[in-house]
Write a protein that binds this ligand. Structure first.
Ligand code: KG4
Ligand code: ZN
Length: 337
């Protein structure tokens, strides 16, 4: 069973080929020009997807050594995400499947992030608890088996990655801010400022990061922070980054581990761009060890948006004989379940 997977839900144009569950290629073109606007500009993202989709798919096929006529199905993301971006990959994927006379499979982007944990080995065993943390989402999910999920909680306001990006902007750091904060925090003192941890109530698996973001803003105002100069004090910036990052990481870890205990899973996993955060990875490894949990984190290239995770969902759906109708349309607000 050979599947081509296409991802274009935000600002990465990516395509991958999976054969019998094994990843044969994964090609991603990141649209770095959004940096100068301080965020993703939807219209420019869809234009770039339009320009990149043919070369990216060609390269994914050529790197895999598999010809178009050897494909059994084409899978493409149909939501959630930016509608203009989704439409490029979705229309391309449906047309390609139609032209080749093979099935088309529409893929939910959030499901793909969860199942990105199945791309490499060793893989988590079912059931496991997964935390997807990206620029657009923070979702804690009990994964009973593929296609059988229980959404335990998600963010009520900002996503974890969005909080990183907004705090970085307040500090005058480059976009996307997550990796910048991560880098600077490594040199800072995480106890320098005691920012609030929003645990909501004890039993809740919901998240909230807007209060933390506002606390950072008030703190910066109080110290009359000048972002155009990064306050000329790199130790101060590093300390603020470390303190903010610790507040986010504490909440993410506390809820993930509590969910694993409540649902008695042995395995836990994280996915999405924020899963690249070095402090989250370091602390989670330690906490997993202390709690007898096995931790799974996809390789960095499968944490950020990628075609491989789309191909993986397409592959599993095709194994179950579940193709999609060609009338499937883009769903920018598609829910996980
Ligand atoms: O999954 P992703 O590539 O795109 C979606 O949002 O779907 O995630 C991007 C997010 C951005 O908010 C970025 O700042 C954050 O992931 N990010 C990080 C790190 N690397 C990327 N956040 C914290 N630490 C990092 N090392
Ligand atoms: Zn994503």
């Amino acid at each position: 069973m050979t599947i081509l997977g296409i991802e274009t839900s935000c600002d990465e144009t990516s395509a991958a080929v999976i054969r019998d569950g094994k990843l044969m290629s994964n090609v991603t073109a990141a649209q770095l020009f959004h940096k100068k606007y301080g965020g993703v500009v939807p219209e420019l993202a869809s234009r770039a997807h339009q320009r990149l989709i043919v070369p990216v798919v060609d390269e994914a096929l050529s790197n895999s050594g598999i010809r178009k006529d050897q494909l059994d199905a084409v899978a493409a993301v149909y939501g959630p995400g930016l509608i203009g971006s989704i439409l490029v990959g979705l229309s391309f994927g449906k047309s390609m499947a139609l032209g080749l006379g093979i099935p088309f499979v529409g893929v939910n982007h959030m499901e793909a992030h969860i199942l990105s944990n199945l791309i490499d080995s060793p893989k988590p065993s079912f059931p496991f608890v997964n935390l997807t943390v990206s620029g657009g989402h923070t979702q804690l999910v009990l994964v009973r088996k593929p296609f059988d999920y229980e959404l335990l909680g998600e963010t009520k306001d900002d996503a974890a990655g969005e909080a990183f990006d907004k705090v970085a902007k307040m500090l005058g750091l480059a976009y996307p801010g997550g990796p910048e904060v991560d880098k600077l925090a490594a040199k800072g003192n995480s106890k320098f400022v005691e920012f609030p941890r929003s645990y909501l109530d004890e039993d809740s698996f919901e998240f909230s990061f807007s209060g933390l973001k506002t606390s950072v803003l008030y703190y910066l105002r109080r110290i009359e922070y000048d972002k155009s100069k990064n306050n000329g004090d790199s130790a101060l910036v590093a300390n603020i980054c470390a303190s903010f990052q610790a507040a986010v990481v504490d909440v993410l870890i506390q809820k993930l581990v509590r969910a694993a205990k409540k649902f008695q899973t042995r395995d836990i996993a994280i996915a999405g761009g924020v899963a690249a955060n070095s402090e989250l990875r370091r602390r989670l490894k330690a906490v997993a060890g202390e709690n007898n949990l096995s931790l799974f984190i996809p390789k960095f290239e499968y944490c950020t948006d990628n075609g491989a995770m789309i191909a993986m969902v397409g592959y599993l759906k095709m194994l179950g004989g579940v193709a999609s109708d060609l009338e499937l349309t883009a769903e920018p607000n598609l829910e996980l379940c």
